[in-house]
Design a protein around this ligand. Sequence first.
Ligand code: 13P
Ligand code: SF4
Length: 305
Amino acid sequence: MTVTEEIRALKKEKDAVILAHYYAPPEIQEIADYIGDSFYLSRTAAGLNSKTIVFCGVSFMGESAKILNPEKTVLMPDLRADCPMAHMADVEAIRRMRETYEDLAVVCYINSTAELKQHSDVCVTSANAAHIVKALPNRNIFFIPDKNLAHYVAGQVPEKHFVFHDGYCPIHEKMRLQELKEAKAAHPEAEVLSHPECPQAILEQSDYTGSTSGIIHYAAESDREEFIVCTEIGVRWKLEQDNPGKRFYFLKTEPVCQGMKSNTLEKLLHVLRTGENAVEVDPGLMDTSKKPLERMLELANTGTP
Ligand code: 13P
Ligand code: SF4
């Protein structure tokens, strides 16, 4: 049996489903039952019936899946697959802000540890952040940790007062305006699609800004043939799969998330065979960090306020 055949057989035998983020390597996305952005994956994880979830993403994603499904086994091909941004905020800063501002909501980008979620009022992803912030009754918003996403959302919700944190995604933050200008000069007909984790200078030059799903959807709907994509290289697989006639270019310094790339077929097979790498969340954090995640799922479903 090949590795993929064995994975498919074990999946059935163990009543497991495989969830993969768009930044996971192509061969992982190909074998997954569900692929998507971080909002789609957490909503999907919350509604699954199978006994085991194998999450091919980074640790905050596996952790969120476990928090939303305490009774299920959540496995990750590599427990060290991490997102550096998830550790950038700190509880002390949250405490200080709560003392400083009345009528404050702590809005926590899902790319954060369970401990940070525990101290937050609601989680958001890039797909729903503006919608959820608008829906909150509070006027003051402490948005942790991503400064770029926070500024992007603040621009969409001018009626709220934002307090920014200084976190960032090391992969998106590295994107350089000069490289985008070079790509535009080489492909003048291309539309620029960017993720809101990119610095403002990149967003200002973009035709569309949105989550990984948003980018994939936009490219499929657009009648253009060429796109410069400012996000992690993993989205290329789905973009090319969905749009055989279109061409996708990335910036010269290839944006690669090491955590996402540490998901391999061999590791996936290993955890399915052995049941190793089960995600564990401190019992003291389970219920408290679930609340902001559930509030995100609720508020994301409300109509536009
Ligand atoms: P999405 O929510 O758009 O999938 O983004 C997740 C992420 O980690 C971006 O770097
Ligand atoms: Fe985290 Fe950036 Fe990787 Fe997304 S691309 S998982 S934000 S390090």
